[in-house]
Design a protein around this ligand. Structure first.
Ligand SMILES: [Zn+2]
Length: 376
């Protein structure tokens, strides 16, 4: 049997955790569903297989009874710093690549502090829609917004970002089109009218697509990776438009081929389609996330098999998408190593690979591919 516990992971997509970690059961459960309706934490999360598995792991880790009440009491005894340090260290993390745009900054740990507590490196990405929203609220002139946005993206690498990220999948969809500047300007005027209390939720397709293309040009110039949310997400998502096949026009543009593209969240449930794209396009990579989407181990085995069956390991990268509580970053590392190990064992048994090759593939998925894609 392969033992992957010694391989320290690069979590290529995750988020900061909250400063306030004291939670009752409803608050804690709320972290473990993408559904926004209150009936889920109240009635359903405690009956989900992935949550039952997590509680058992936590009981072992905290050395307490297996009831949710006892487990939360044990974790609430620890101050947040200690909780983070214990869990992140136990996860054996080499690097966290964080999207600091969510949760909002004042509520959560800064990337640097998470790195200190986890005894690991913390890198960060720039979320494009957050930058767009800030500039559109700040400036009422379209040319000025486009110019400032272009400038901020053009020197992203110098400003310490190792990737860009887009959530267009759950705003207007992955079918990113090319629009004339006049159409984008009209869309900008509509977006300005949608500002409430100095806040904007950008969902204005010509404008959003137009600004994304500006970012793609700069990313290609800097050879800077762009992560795309694909598939599974909260109820904002129109799952039909989260299918990564919608990215075809962007993927086909030869002037964008120096921009590595990372399809996040194994494009769940479009896993085969996303892995297929990574197998066909030289600049497409496929993220295998082991905490979110919230699915059980059998489903994780399925998507890991699908990805490894079609895409080379040099196109696959481990992550957790951990957010809010450090149990997510920790549990994902346990799960990722165990699931990848089990699938590779199956492949050894099927005489597809030998043990040495399996070790090498595990290294690539858990850290090696990310090291080269993000130039860590
Ligand atoms: Zn995320």
């Amino acid at each position: 049997m392969l033992d992957l516990t010694g391989i320290s992971v690069v979590d290529n997509h995750c988020h900061p955790v909250l400063l306030d970690q004291r939670m009752d059961s409803l608050q804690f459960r709320r972290c473990f569903t993408e559904a926004t309706d209150p009936s889920f934490p109240e009635k359903h999360v405690a009956n989900a297989v992935y949550y039952l598995w997590l509680l058992r792991q936590m009981a072992t880790f905290y050395g307490c009874e297996r009831t949710e009440e006892d487990i939360l009491a044990a974790r609430n005894k620890l101050d947040a710093d200690t909780l983070l340090e214990h869990l992140l260290r136990a996860a054996n993390i080499d690097t966290l690549i964080l999207d600091p745009a969510y949760p909002p900054g004042p509520e959560c740990y800064a990337p640097e502090r998470m790195g200190q507590l986890g005894h690991c490196r913390a890198a960060k990405m720039l979320r494009l829609e957050t930058l767009m929203q800030r500039l559109i609220v700040e400036y009422d002139d379209f040319d000025e917004v486009a110019e400032r946005y272009s400038m901020e993206v053009s020197n992203a690498r110098e400003r310490g970002y190792c990737a860009l990220k887009s959530i267009v999948a759950y705003r207007t969809g992955l079918d990113i089109a090319e629009w004339h500047k006049d159409e984008a300007a009209t869309s900008f005027a509509e977006a300005r009218l949608a500002i409430r209390n100095e806040q904007l939720r950008i969902a204005h397709k010509p404008l959003l697509d137009y600004l994304l293309h500006i970012a793609f040009r700069h990313a290609a110039e800097q050879e800077l990776p762009v992560q795309f949310h694909t598939g599974y997400g909260d109820s904002d998502t129109d799952m039909r438009l989260g299918n990564p096949l919608h990215l075809r026009d962007v993927l086909e543009r030869s002037d964008y081929h120096s921009m590595p593209i990372v399809l996040l969240h194994e494009s769940y449930p479009y896993c085969q389609l996303g892995a297929y794209l990574a197998a066909i396009y030289p600049h497409v990579y496929f993220d295998l996330s082991y905490t979110i989407p919230f699915v059980d181990k059998l489903e994780m085995l399925a998507f890991t098999r699908q990805a490894l069956s079609v895409a080379p390991a040099s196109k696959l990268m481990y992550s957790t998408d951990g957010i809010n509580v450090p149990e997510m970053h920790w549990a994902g590392a346990l799960r990722g190593r165990s699931v990848i190990g089990q699938v590779l064992n199956e492949m050894i048994d099927a005489d597809e690979i030998d043990e040495e090759q399996a070790q090498h593939i595990a290294q690539q998925i858990l850290r090696g591919t990310a090291y080269s894609v993000y130039r860590l």
